[in-house]
Structure formats: structure tokens, C-alpha cells
Design a protein around this ligand. Sequence first.
Ligand SMILES: N[C@@H](CCC(=O)N[C@@H](CS)C(=O)NCC(=O)O)C(=O)O
Length: 242
Amino acid sequence: MITLHGGGAGFGLPEISPFVTKTEVQLKMAGLAYRKQPSKPMASPKGQIPFIDDGAETIADSSFIRAHIESQHGIDFDEGLDLAQRAQAWAIERMIEHHIYFALVGARWLNDENFAKGPAQFFSDLPDTQRDSVRAAVRDQVEHNYVVSGLGRHSPEEALELAGRSLMALSLLLADKPYLMGERPCSTDATAFAILAGIMTPYFDSPLRQRLMQFGNLVAYVDRMMARFYPEHAWERQAEAA
Ligand SMILES: N[C@@H](CCC(=O)N[C@@H](CS)C(=O)NCC(=O)O)C(=O)O
């Protein structure tokens, strides 16, 4: 059975890591049996979660995990899409992973209140003598990554404007379809759901979340995906921010 290494449930979400959520949804789409194992990013060969163990193989990075599932388990997540549609799905995924995801990172890690009740907790089990310094060093690294992504070079208002344009693009691309590329979920729906739900959870309030909540079709889409892939999860996206 496949072992999926991830962060576990939290922050009002079935899984705290957006990229682990992507992979978990793809495992569910594929109908493959898996078990979840809580793991820290440094346990991964690439220093990030998700990674999976499948038999004797360990595969890190959600896109390579997807490729592994497709090649080794005979799954085509984009079944029914022609080549141009597959290319569009991939391009949309890149926008979500390399742009909207970093807006999520900014809202979770750089906002003091959200950081304190969210990512700061990742370090709770460290010894007292190390906790504060490790927490500050990792936060600095994430802030650096945010700057390198491009968004962190702008004022918060400008970064929100850019992220908002990507959210609008996604909303327009989804339009009134149930899923991004049509009537059935494809690979990119796992990514879109994962990152939108990570922004939408009321556990973290932010101007980004408020902007996202203005796109009614994206809100309904996340609800639809949550009900389909995590029916057991009590999703309370309309609750007041904690
Ligand atoms: N390209 C990677 C991105 C994974 C990623 O950013 N994972 C985050 C958690 S959502 C992580 O492990 N961050 C810790 C770090 O970068 O040190 C993938 O698709 O798997």
C-alpha cells in the first residue's frame, strides 16, 4: 500500500499542506489505497512534503508523484481531454502553484497573527533552547522564498492586486462548469482545490481570503470538491475567522 507523507489535519482543513492535499486528492481520484504518515519536510529526499513510499520506491514532489501514479498504476488523470486541453490544464496548474500558492504563503507566514496560530505551531515539539531560533530562521527562509517568487517585492496592496488577477482568471476559466476542464475532475482540479481551500479556511483571515470569497463560483467549487473528496470532513468555510 502507498504511504503518503504529509502534515496531517489542522487549520480547519483535512490536510494542512496544500501540496499534500493535491497528492491526496489525486490518490483518491485514482482509487488507490494509501495510508497517511505525519512527516516533516526534512524527512523528504527533496526537503518538502509531499513524498510517498510505493513498494521499494520513494517519490518526492507532487508532480513527480502524479507522473509515478500515472505511469506505474495505469491512471490518466486527464482522461477525455485532448492535447490542447491537457496543455491548458498544465498551464493553469503552473499559475496556481507558482503564483496563487505564494499568495497563500504570504497570508499564512508573514501575517503575525496567522503565523502565531498556524505555522509557528510546527515547532512546538522542539526543545525550549532551540524553538525560537529555529522558528525565526524558517520564517526568514519562507519570507525569502516569498520575495523570490516575485510577490514579496511588492507592497501588500500590490501583491493582493496581482494575486486577485490570478483568482479572477481562475474564476473566469471555471465559469459555470462543475470542474476546471469540464464535467469531471482532472489532475489540475486537485491542485486548484488544495490551494483555494487553503486560502478559504476561516482559520486564517486575510485580505486574500476576503478577495477569494468574492468569487462565488470558486467558493462553490471548493465546497463541491470538499464534499466529493473529503465527505467526512466538517468544512466550515463560512464560519467567522477564528
Ligand atoms: N514543488 C513541490 C512543492 C512542495 C511544497 O512547497 N511543500 C511545502 C509544504 S505545502 C513544504 O514542504 N515546505 C517546506 C520547505 O519548503 O522547506 C511539490 O509540488 O511537491
